[in-house]
Design a protein around this ligand. Sequence first.
Ligand SMILES: Cc1cc2nc3c(=O)[nH]c(=O)nc-3n(C[C@H](O)[C@H](O)[C@H](O)COP(=O)(O)OP(=O)(O)OC[C@H]3O[C@@H](n4cnc5c(N)ncnc54)[C@H](O)[C@@H]3O)c2cc1C
Length: 301
Amino acid sequence: MLSFDCVVIGSGAAGMTAAVYLKRANLSVALIEKSAPGGQMNNSYNIENYPGFKKIDGVSLSLNMHSQVINTGVDYKYGNVLDIENFGNYKVIKTDLEEIKCKVVIIASGRVPRKLGLENEDMLIGRGIAFCALCDGSFYKDKVVAIVGGGNSAIEDAIYLAGICKEVIIIHRRDYFTADVTTQDKLKNFENIKIKYNSVVNTLYSNNNSLSSINIKTNDQEQQIAIDGLFLNVGYVPDTKYLINLGIKLDNNYVIVDEHMRTNVKNVYACGDVIKKEIYQITTAVGDGTIAATSAKKDIN
Ligand SMILES: Cc1cc2nc3c(=O)[nH]c(=O)nc-3n(C[C@H](O)[C@H](O)[C@H](O)COP(=O)(O)OP(=O)(O)OC[C@H]3O[C@@H](n4cnc5c(N)ncnc54)[C@H](O)[C@@H]3O)c2cc1C
């Protein structure tokens, strides 16, 4: 079995930062990622609040961080972490591909988009239901799509899709958007954006295993609308099922840590969007990753 001083789970901003700090502290480090490096940063068109860059797209920032991780000598591994076993002085990380032994674990697995919880929803993901306009918008060129949500990223996605699609319908459960006023103002420039306030999607219909229409309830009225794509933008939730056997303390799936990013389990730390905190940003993820790595280094010594 491969063995490292530290294993970092998740190659988003938090995990990549932690891995670089640990490696530079002369520890052996594996960084395990189940998807592309960068995590949620890959979904940002433009990042304008990360110091050092006036404006940078999320994919470029992800690739910059990733190349720093590789140049530092971190062992980058593809794999989906399914479970972690605690043997006291060491832990065993179980992925879908291998088992890895380590002294210290840093959990940096971020969070994933929330689903609506409707019948057939899982089956239709990738078959009409999508979460990332930037990644999947071009599949719906000249088609009709709907977006569920009313925050900044829902409105930004609607504006982005309006430049590609024939029609974009924003479906929002309240009678006002929570997106900031500047972002909302931009909606006025698009004639192909329609808004359904006080509305919720309650049924998904499919044809040949692809989404064909949705039913929405607006106040007491029901309406079936034919659409080609449905983009969900209703918040995020950490996927921390793989931590259950480890006995990590969670609050609504978020990992509880102290100010040193220590969890309740010895030699297990967490950082970034997976932890319970006030501000979920790249800058805070990077800060958390730094603290987690520094605490881990101290504890190993
Ligand atoms: C659309 C959008 C726009 C945003 N815009 C900005 C912005 O302009 N400025 C800003 O500061 N912040 C922005 N944010 C927030 C910011 O992107 C996040 O706060 C930050 O990237 C979180 O980083 P993270 O490393 O904690 O988690 P994530 O980015 O979620 O990374 C976690 C990584 O862990 C991996 N992973 C999860 N589970 C496992 C597992 N079991 N096994 C292996 N790997 C696993 C995931 O695949 C993922 O790559 C935005 C977010 C979104 C969604």
